[in-house]
Design a protein around this ligand. Structure first.
Ligand SMILES: Cc1ncc(COP(=O)(O)O)c(C=O)c1O
Length: 384
């Protein structure tokens, strides 16, 4: 196959020639199976081609696909999905804006914070990743990937993560604070519980919107449906994407009705898109969420499975793991050791990938559906 016309984003892609994916496995064009220890980067939490998701897509394909641009028509798949989502969220998160990616959810939330508060400053944290579009890039917590694209959005302020003192820099001029409850790109860094509560308090004191980016932690990855449930801290705006569609592109930002409503007036059409709330994507997302609701063991077993991986996997150059549920980073002594390990694991039938801002960390994030036996087999391959 000639891939010369497909844009590349790296000179050294994994390069697996994908022919099929099923459950926890990728298959290459020779028919060889590989364990997917990436979940396509936190997307395939239910495994590849979960039967409920596939069935829902087929059913919706027989009804309608694209109806109208987002919000103009009342489309049943959107209405139903929004209601189900709100039923599993705190009461204050009662209005869902559907979009097509994580980056767009971040953009929408930043605009919402500016409109709702009438302020312009957005705070974010060192080590955070919120997407690659210009707005999301402006609040990226690493200079390496930003510097070539300046000037970016003005009035953004980076704060140190888990630092109590820095919370004072959130003021009555701050429109919103965007934060990951568990930082992914830095190599799985957990928010300190007390700090997250203090952040909530500071945002309340200053009437600043607290925006949780759960685009990577969403839907069970950390052992709860949403990572914020571990902390008992409720955001003003919640961002979802990735695992939400069970393998189909969809995202959302979710807030209280009065907050969200500012996008519909003065001027109207404050944030619009073509494919947000697409019927096919909503049908896939409905089946995904329904499956999580019906089978909470999908995520309540994540911590136990992570322990199994930690016990089963040793390597002389592995220093430690950081993790919350099955959102895991294996930390190696050096970048060379981490890269060699990923390369050799691929040869041995396990697909791994690193973390954007941490070159000594390797992502361990299999589908939540992985069985105890499959974990044992994958760890044996990686040990080899
Ligand atoms: C925490 C987080 N936020 C936002 C994004 C951006 O999502 P997308 O790639 O769908 O634009 C990502 C993607 O990796 C992410 O991990």
């Amino acid at each position: 196959m000639n891939k010369v016309h497909v844009a590349a984003t790296s000179p050294f892609p994994i390069g697996l020639q994908l022919s099929k994916a099923d459950g926890v496995y990728f298959y290459d064009t020779s028919g060889r199976a590989y364990f997917d220890f990436t979940s396509g980067i936190a997307v395939n939490n239910l495994g590849h081609r979960h039967p409920a998701v596939v069935e829902a897509i087929k059913k919706q394909a027989d009804i309608h696909l694209h109806g109208m641009v987002y919000g103009e028509f009342e489309e049943h798949p959107q209405v139903r999905l929004a209601a189900t989502l709100c039923s599993v969220l705190p009461e204050s998160l009662d209005t869902v804006y559907f979009c097509t990616s994580g980056g767009e959810a971040v953009e929408g939330a930043m605009k919402l914070a500016k409109r709702y508060t009438g302020r312009t400053e957005i705070c974010y944290f060192k080590g955070s990743y919120h997407g690659s579009t210009h707005g999301a890039l402006s609040i990226m917590g690493s200079e390496v990937y930003k510097q070539a694209y300046r000037p970016l959005l003005p009035d953004t302020r980076m704060l140190p993560y888990n630092n109590f003192e820095a919370l004072k820099l959130i003021t009555h001029s701050t429109a919103g604070v965007v934060v990951e409850v568990v930082q992914a790109a830095s190599g799985v860094t957990l928010a300190n519980e007390e700090w997250l509560r203090a952040l909530r308090q500071r945002c309340t004191e200053t009437d600043t919107l607290l925006i949780f980016d759960e685009i990577q932690t969403g839907y069970g990855r950390t052992g709860k449906l949403f990572a914020f449930e571990h902390y008992g801290v409720v955001p003003d705006v919640l961002l979802l994407a990735k695992a939400m569609g069970g393998g189909v592109p969809i995202g959302a930002f979710i807030a209280q009705h009065d907050v969200m409503n500012v996008l519909s007036e003065q001027p109207i059409l404050g944030h619009i898109n073509t494919f947000g709330g697409n019927a096919l994507a909503c049908a896939a997302a409905q089946a995904t969420l329904d499956t999580f609701i019906a089978q909470p063991e999908l995520y309540t077993t994540a911590a136990r499975k992570a322990e199994q991986i930690i016990e089963a996997f040793t390597h002389p150059k592995l220093t430690h793991f950081t993790h919350k549920g099955l959102m895991m980073a294996a930390h190696f002594e050096t970048k060379a050791a981490a890269y060699a390990f990923m390369r050799r694991s691929l040869e041995n039938g396990v697909v791994l990938i690193g973390y954007l801002f941490n070159e000594t960390a390797v992502r361990f994030a299999p589908p939540l559906t992985i069985s105890v036996d499959q974990i044992e087999a994958a760890c044996a391959s990686m040990r080899r």
